[in-house]
Design a protein around this ligand. Structure first.
Ligand code: ZN
Length: 269
């Protein structure tokens, strides 16, 4: 999913992104028009120009994100009948009516459905093109790459935010500020929280910040290859401590190590 983070940095309302789901619902009937590309079909009702721009950006992100994730066989997937569908609702209200009908909390601005290979959001300019689109696209690519089982949601949300333009720059600063007054959400809670149904926006914001910061720590410190390898250990059924020990044998052997090393990286005392 894509979360509209409620905190403000330098006077700008940051768009985070929320949710990856597997929903049993069809998109509400609108008078959808469509534009087809190599790997995507964009559905829109409001502006063909915006729909075209969304398609152009999606194809561009597709290459970049697959590359960043080390996903080498990308030329063979999401073609023809397997194309990802991108639904752009005409307004926030129309989008939220759909989200509400599925029983999700109402703080999202977009979501990715990995069962139906769909991205769903609404018409709102740069926020959609620069943040929501790469975020939701990363969810789908990441799931394609590491599978749909056993990946804790914070890793999903961390990886997805990691691809949003400009998101990382302020995250660690924001966390250092938050941790002067609040403790971090403990690892155990990060592991079990289903953020899609949490309505406390402070917790949601902190969760998203911690998620991207921890993923950034793991990738910056030890590389994306190791990180994907770690995710694949989870996919194959290893518990998180075992997956850490297996991937980072001399560096991070437990979730406590991960939390401690990450906080040191953040330079929180
Ligand atoms: Zn997300």
């Amino acid at each position: 999913m894509n979360k509209a983070h409620s905190f403000r940095l330098k006077g700008t309302l940051l768009l985070g992104v929320l949710l990856i789901v597997c929903a049993a619902f069809e998109a509400f009937a609108e008078n959808w028009e469509e534009i087809k590309g190599d790997h995507f079909i964009v559905y829109y009702t409001r502006s063909r120009t915006f729909g075209k721009e969304a398609l152009r950006k999606a194809e561009e992100y597709y290459d970049k994100i697959a590359n960043d994730l080390g996903y080498a066989r990308r030329d063979k997937f999401w073609n023809w009948d397997d194309r990802v569908k991108i639904y752009i609702y005409p307004s926030e209200k129309a989008y939220l009516d759909y989200v509400k009908s599925m029983g999700y909390a109402e703080w999202s601005v977009g979501f990715a459905d990995y069962c139906k290979k769909e991205i769903v959001s609404y018409h709102h300019g740069k926020g959609f093109l620069d943040a929501i689109l790469p975020h939701e696209l990363t969810h789908l690519l990441f799931r394609d790459y590491v599978g749909t089982k056993n990946i804790p949601m914070w890793i999903d949300e961390g990886v997805a935010q990691w691809q949003e333009k400009g998101r990382l720059k302020e995250v660690n600063k924001e966390l250092r500020r938050e941790f002067k007054n609040h403790s971090p959400i403990p690892m155990e809670r990060m592991m079990s929280l289903n953020i899609a149904v949490i309505t406390n926006e402070f917790i949601v914001d902190l969760y998203y910040l911690q998620a991207v910061s921890m993923v950034d720590f793991m990738i910056t410190r030890y590389g994306s290859e190791k990180f994907v390898y770690f995710c694949r250990q989870l996919r194959d059924g290893k518990r998180i401590d075992n997956a850490l020990k297996f991937t980072y044998p001399t560096m991070i052997r437990t979730t406590e190590d991960l939390e401690r090393e990450w906080l040191e990286y953040l330079q929180v005392d």
